[in-house]
Design a binder for this molecule. Structure first.
Ligand code: GAP
Length: 459
């Protein structure tokens, strides 16, 4: 794989030393084999750190984003949605501090010319001598210098400095610059939030670990505007809410932790920040950050735009600039965590089976329909049942091979329910309903299937 740059890119499923990490390697290979995730532009040799979601993966990631939206917007009365453009006025990124400060320290190896993140040297390996760290391989490293992570492009046909625009490195600024629009048009009182999901871009120096750190990724962010003085309470509230969301969707609590940032990790304006971290096969790593950003963002944009972004509180008759609590998650990172956590191997009928134990709400395919035989009216009945289920959720049909093989194929993509049509179905209209995790079966009348599956999937 080559991305045409000289930066080091740890490969998916490999650690810093290039050693295979059993579980990650298996997951990357399953993801490719079963149509969850493919290398971007694979037929051209791939583009490093860019990934394409296949027919199964796209459903998984959609379900993650939908679960987030349902939780953060639909089920609350105080959060509203937004969908901003990726390209924004360049002054937005000056006001936000990204032009001056959104950078990582970078060093070059004078011998092999590879670039490394200076603060990640302890986890990286020399591309020529993978058992050595950069700088410990005989090559001398340059002094660290700052490298801005924003991708630049030009707006319009003239490629000069006046036409430079940035690919947004976060979705958050779209919410800040629309604060007054949302407030005015939706007649809102504090506290309220604005949420959006969408692509962000960062020219990461060391992307890697599959979907974990990429240069193009999707974020799920919410800015919750509160009265100063009430920020601490809401900060605590959102930390707990966001941690609980992952657990409710099936992440094992022993693989999840909330880590409060040390004082020296905080941005100068932040009044508090905590990460929800997941125990990936490559170590505990950030899934989501929850920050108390004070009034920094609205004040900066008010100053740079010259527009008043304060709020008049009719209850207390005061005017103030709201504080912001921001839960900021990554859709791809969350998808990876749900995938890793769901991956399991167990013994069924004397064979090792690979199973993705997704929460039914996240499972890419909710049910598969199998005719037991290719005759006796089984395929026709199975197709009839499939047609009834299709309008409600993704379903698959499989009549190839033994029923055990067909179950295994569905277990590998995490389908929670298997429906088998057999001779009894033709006689009395009942089918067998197999549960992926328990591998047990029960009989249920076909006319009850839609309601029962909807209850178990959305329940
Ligand atoms: N507005 C605040 C903000 O963007 P962040 O911690 O830089 O905060 C939020 O990003 C989340 O976005 C991260 O917790 C992570 O899940 C995701 N994210 C950030 N950079 C990423 C990358 N290069 N690849 C994949 N996901 C990334």
């Amino acid at each position: 794989m080559s991305d045409g740059t000289s930066t080091t890119t740890p490969q998916a499923g490999k650690g810093a030393s290039g050693e295979p990490q059993g579980k990650m390697e298996k997951i990357v290979s399953l993801a490719k084999r079963r149509g969850l995730v493919f290398q971007s532009s694979e037929i051209y040799g791939g583009l490093s750190s860019c990934w394409d979601y296949g027919p199964v993966g796209v459903e998984l990631k959609r379900n993650v984003k939908d679960a987030w939206w349902r939780e953060m917007v639909w089920s609350r009365g105080d959060v509203l949605g937004l969908d901003c453009s990726i390209l924004m006025h360049p002054r937005v990124w000056e006001a936000s501090g990204h032009v001056a400060g959104f950078s990582d320290p970078l060093v070059d190896c004078k011998k092999c010319k590879t670039r490394f993140r200076a603060d990640h040297l302890g986890q990286l390996s020399c591309p020529e001598k993978p058992d050595r760290r950069p700088g410990e391989c005989g090559g001398e490293l340059t002094e660290a210098r700052q490298f801005n992570l924003m991708f630049k492009t030009f707006m319009g046909p003239v490629e000069d400095a006046a036409n430079v625009v940035f690919m947004r490195p976060e979705t958050a600024q779209g919410m800040f610059v629309n604060f007054a629009n949302v407030l005015d048009t939706q007649r809102r009182k504090l506290p309220f939030g604005i949420a959006q999901t969408g692509k962000s871009f960062r020219n990461e120096i060391t992307p890697g670990n599959f979907l974990f750190r990429t240069r193009e990724f999707e974020q799920m962010e919410m800015e919750f505007f509160v009265k100063p003085g009430e920020d601490e309470r809401w900060y605590e509230f959102w930390k707990k809410e966001r941690y609980d969301w992952y657990v409710r969707l099936g992440i094992k609590p022993e693989n999840l932790r909330l880590r409060e940032h040390e004082k020296d990790e905080l941005a100068h304006y932040a009044r508090g920040c905590a990460d929800v971290e997941y125990k990936f096969p490559f170590g505990w790593s950030e899934l989501e950050g929850i920050a108390n950003r004070g009034d920094f963002d609205l004040r900066q944009h008010a100053e740079w735009s010259g527009k008043d972004l304060s709020y008049f509180d009719e209850d207390s008759r005061e005017r103030y600039v709201p504080y912001v609590i921001e839960p900021a998650a990554g859709a791809d990172r969350a998808t990876l965590a749900f995938l890793v956590d769901a991956y399991d191997e167990d013994e069924v009928e004397g064979e090792t089976r690979v199973v993705l134990r997704f929460h039914p709400r996240l499972a890419p395919v909710k049910a598969a329909v199998f005719p037991l035989l290719r005759k006796g009216g089984h395929p026709e009945k199975a197709q009839e049942i499939l047609a009834k289920l299709r309008p409600h959720f993704p379903v698959q049909y499989d009549q190839a091979g033994s029923i055990g093989r067909r179950y295994r194929r569905q277990d590998e993509i995490g389908t929670p329910f298997g429906i088998t049509v057999d001779h009894q179905t033709i006689e009395d209209g009942t089918v067998t309903l197999r549960d992926r995790d328990k591998t047990s079966q029960e009989r249920i009348h076909e006319s009850d299937l839609v309601a029962e599956l909807l209850r178990r999937v959305l329940g």
